[in-house]
Design a protein around this ligand. Structure first.
Ligand SMILES: C[S@@+](CC[C@H](N)C(=O)[O-])C[C@H]1O[C@@H](n2cnc3c(N)ncnc32)[C@H](O)[C@@H]1O
Length: 490
């Protein structure tokens, strides 16, 4: 299950003191558990849960309790009570969208989360065996089932055909080039029809994505019917199984940048290649080139500004493998003065890849560049600033592949914080996926990758907290999958 980007905490997450981890309800329990939380006789949506407490959403800003009040709490899953006892109000804070979020500490009891999860699994098994797939099918629109079946047959038809041919070639002792030719030939033949199918599925899905219950049912249906066939493609497998808790980890980004045929069979290679050619994946490569272009432009500006010994400072938030930096170094090699890059990511393994590839280029060309790598979350950046870098010091700040997951008000606050990092005349560039995306179905349904797609106006709204002097614009990267909000500090 996906973890939200705000919950990816970097190295400082849980400090030295043990505190039972709080888990979002949707991360802990199945969709069928339908948790019911009853507090003092009234039912509320459960928000998160830990072994010694939980929090819930109260619909308006004036909750019926104050911090320290004692309450009676009952938690039901699958209509069955799993906890009943006393709790004390530990905190009251604003809710994620409206109202309040109220945190309760249990008094004299505890929630055995592994046991609760096991119970949920067993109930699901019993329900599944008893009723079969019928209840799920009844919640999925027929038109959607039809297109899924069409895609399933497309996959199975071509998998069989390609497997047969590949096996025959192997038996005949054909060499690798023959298999490679088959792979390229199949990809060329299937690319167009598969694109049409993805568009058709997206068109049908658009009609129900606003209805959460139908969306979840359709996703589960897709995961039962189509996803198992696609997991042979390395990109699909990594993004769908989310070994690091979220789909767009550094390994997925490396697949995008490699843009090659990867997999254990011709069919797997073709599916993988189609996934790395998807507009959102292609856009990762084209937006990377746009960032390099902007970095070059800003570099020239600083060289002209500083004369003899320029120092160009760049910060990249959510850097992942930071391909922009290694490519910048390998194409420019040397330059006047120095370039200082501050690369920030909550994922240590991504920073390790970023460091290795960029430092290798610096060493190879003896480039005058220095890398500062910071393993922290933007949540820490908001509260503590950026270690090593004072406000008003950066000539170019950019972020790609991060704001697509951050809701508007949080994104506005973060953009304000990044703007404060800019030196006078500096440029901030923030990428976010463009709405509409006519092939969004494959990301949402095949690999369970939920992205916020924004219109040009929604991009402009992200600049709402900036001073009037900021020069704001929105540009579309050449692949047309991502907008960039660009902000020049004057
Ligand atoms: C989709 S990848 C994009 C990586 C890179 N910018 C690129 O385009 O190749 C998103 C990156 O954001 C990082 N990330 C996610 N949540 C974060 C957070 N709360 N703070 C900092 N980085 C975060 C992830 O670890 C991941 O490396």
């Amino acid at each position: 299950m996906t973890r939200s980007y705000e919950r990816l905490m970097g190295s400082l997450g849980r400090g030295m003191f043990f505190r039972p981890e709080r888990q979002r309800v949707r991360e802990l329990l199945s969709r069928d558990a339908r948790p019911k939380l009853v507090v003092d006789g009234r039912q509320f949506p459960l928000f998160d849960i830990s072994m010694n407490g939980l929090s819930f959403l109260f619909p308006d800003n004036f909750p019926a309790w104050a911090v320290g009040d004692e309450t009676d709490v009952a938690l039901l899953l699958h209509e069955e009570e799993v906890y009943h006892g006393a709790a004390r109000v530990a905190r009251i804070e604003p809710g994620p969208r409206k109202g309040a979020r109220i945190g309760l500490g249990l008094v004299g009891g505890f929630l055995d989360l592994p046991a609760i999860r096991r119970k949920d699994d067993e109930r699901r098994l019993e329900q599944g065996l008893l009723h079969g797939p019928g209840p799920l099918e009844s919640r999925v629109p027929h038109e959607y089932q039809d297109v899924v079946m069409k895609i399933l047959h497309f996959y199975q038809f071509h998998r069989r055909l390609l497997d047969e041919t590949e096996n025959r070639y192997h038996l005949e002792g054909a060499d690798e080039s023959v298999i490679n030719n088959l792979t390229v030939h199949a990809a060329d033949a299937l690319r167009g029809p598969y694109e049409e199918l993805q568009k058709e599925a997206s068109r049908v899905a658009v009609s129900f994505v606003g209805d959460r219950e139908t969306l979840l049912a359709a996703k589960e249906y897709t995961e039962n019917v189509l996803v198992p066939v696609t997991l042979c493609a390395p990109l699909n497998r990594r993004a769908y199984t989310k070994p690091l808790g979220y789909p767009g980890d550094y390994q997925v980004m490396l697949h995008y940048y490699a843009n090659s045929f990867e997999g254990d069979s011709v069919f797997a290679k073709v599916l993988h290649k189609f996934a790395v050619e998807h507009p959102l994946s292609n856009g990762v490569r084209t937006r990377k080139d746009l960032m390099i272009e902007m970095m070059n432009h800003e570099h020239q500006r600083v060289i002209e500004r500083d004369g003899d010994d320029p120092e160009f400072r760049v910060a990249n938030l959510g850097c992942g493998p930071a391909r922009e930096i290694s490519d910048f170094i390998s194409t420019n090699k040397t330059w006047p003065g120095r370039v200082l890059w501050t690369l920030i990511d909550q994922e240590e393994r991504a920073l390790s890849v970023a460091y290795r590839t960029s430092q290798a280029e610096i060493s190879k060309w003896n480039s005058a560049g220095e890398l500062f790598l910071l393993n922290l979350s933007f949540v820490q950046l908001l509260s503590e600033g950026v270690p090593l870098q004072e406000p008003g010091t950066q000539d170019f700040v950019f972020s790609t592949g991060l704001f697509d997951y951050i809701r508007e008000s949080r994104a506005q606050t973060l953009i304000r914080a990044l703007y404060d990092l800019l030196a006078d005349g500096g440029l901030l560039a923030i990428g976010s996926a463009r709405a509409p995306q006519e092939m969004f179905w494959s990301a949402e349904f095949l690999v369970d990758w939920t992205i916020l797609y924004r219109t040009r106006d929604e991009m402009l709204r992200l600049a709402a907290l900036l001073p009037e002097s900021a020069e704001v614009d929105v540009v579309l990267e050449p692949g047309e999958a991502y907008y960039f909000l660009t902000i020049r500090k004057r």
